[in-house]
Design a protein around this ligand. Structure first.
Ligand code: ASP
Length: 403
């Protein structure tokens, strides 16, 4: 199905879901069918993610051996990812210091007890965050594969790929074999992606009956500021970077990125969008497979511009709501820890909520504050995930051009 049918399809799903819920209440069999379609589609995506990351990254590293491009590709990728994350947090913090309409109302100091599994009381500061990241990176590869620990899979594939690159002789048959396995995994990914329209329809239909506008209204102003700043980064800053450093016009960029960004928007998961991002980079953006295989899985894990920007604004918003004073030192702290927290966030729906707690703690905001965010978390996650994926794909264009 061509990407221009995606938006009408999803609007139809949302309207249909809303109409059915309004006219007939919950139609049990329809809910069951769409839930099965949604869950099966997401399960199929999860099934393919780990082999895709592992084999494509390892093959990518191996293919680049013997050339000087590996070091350069790595350097450019990491530089691009750090710079754009820093710009995103900067935008979030600058915007929220000028536009904070909620300060017209008294702060909310009395939040009811929130009992969410996302809130752990024993998180420490920056060092604890670094420790946690290292622990999920340096794990038994089989545990990482089985538990869908993306950061662990990524690290393992990188280490094994590098080790193979340094160890295997020039005439080894291993690189060819790994490349063939990767081709097989790509074929599976394409098969899974043929179900994309059905999966998206089911997800949208399921959501449409549940969104409660009255609940969202209480956090509307905060949401609008986040939307505005995210749009600024996603529609102006990133396309400009792509234009200047990637030599691709905003129009061409928009048409190539529409489908993966919409998928990210609907699934709220950069990791689930990864198979589509990989095929888009290769087929629509002309990025070599070996480079896409290095840049995109890394980006889906550590490069989250939308998440970084959201976390910056969220911390300042919550600081006001819970009467926690914020000084220049706290802002620097928020900046640095948000860089790490967004890099450590898994690319799954609400993946950033755990790391966000560490940012909150670093400036003395009570953990219960996150309960307030959870009320509006789902719709906000859609936009920031789309921008996360946009940032990764632009990274692949830049890496292709400069490495
Ligand atoms: N849902 C985001 C992603 O997958 C992570 C987050 O910000 O919660 O990229």
């Amino acid at each position: 199905m061509s990407s221009r049918w995606f938006a009408p399809l999803l609007i139809a799903a949302a309207v249909l879901g809303w109409l059915m819920a309004t006219l007939f209440g919950e139609v049990a069999w329809l809910q069951t069918i769409t839930a099965i379609l949604q869950d099966s589609f997401l399960a199929a995506l999860r099934m393919i993610i780990v082999p895709l990351i592992f084999f494509s990254l390892m093959t990518g590293v191996l293919q680049l051996r013997g050339t000087r491009s590996m070091g350069r590709l790595g350097g450019i990728t990491v530089l691009y990812y750090s710079a754009t994350s820093a710009i995103a947090i900067g935008i979030g913090l600058i915007v929220v210091f000028y536009i904070h309409p909620w300060t017209a109302y008294p702060p909310l100091t009395d939040l009811p007890e929130v009992t969410s599994g996302l809130i752990a009381q024993d998180q420490g500061g920056a060092l604890a965050l670094i420790g946690k990241m290292l622990q999920s990176m340096l794990v038994n590869p089989f545990t990482a594969l089985a538990e869908l620990n993306i950061l662990g899979v990524l690290t393992t594939a990188l280490i094994f790929g590098l080790a193979a690159a340094f160890t295997l002789p020039e005439d080894s048959h291993w690189p060819k074999m790994l490349d063939e396995i990767t081709q097989v995994v790509y074929t599976c990914a394409r098969w899974v992606l043929t179900a994309l329209p059905i999966g998206m329809f089911a997800i949208t239909f399921q959501l449409s009956g549940r969104i409660d506008l009255a609940t969202l209204a209480s956090l509307g102003q905060f949401a609008l500021v986040v939307f505005g700043a995210t749009a600024l980064h996603g529609l102006v800053v990133l396309p400009t970077i792509a234009w200047i450093f990637g030599n691709i016009s905003p129009l061409k960029l928009a048409s190539a990125l529409a489908q993966p960004m919409l998928t990210a928007f609907i699934t709220s998961s950069s990791a689930a969008t990864l198979p589509l991002s990989m095929t888009t980079a290769e087929e629509k953006l002309g990025v070599e497979r070996s480079k896409a295989a290095f840049v995109l899985p890394l980006g889906a894990t550590i490069n989250m511009d939308g998440t970084a920007l959201f976390e910056g604004i969220a911390v300042i918003f919550l600081a006001y709501m819970f009467s926690v004073p914020i000084d220049a030192g706290s802002v620097v702290m928020v900046f640095l820890i948000t860089m790490m927290a967004s890099a450590g966030a898994p690319g799954i729906p609400s993946g950033s909520m755990a790391g966000l707690q560490v940012v909150l703690l670093s400036v003395g905001i009570p953990l219960e504050a996150i309960g307030l965010l959870l009320l509006i978390e789902r719709p906000l996650d859609t936009f920031r995930t789309a921008v996360n994926v946009e940032g990764d794909l632009i990274g692949s264009i830049i890496a292709q051009r400069w490495s």
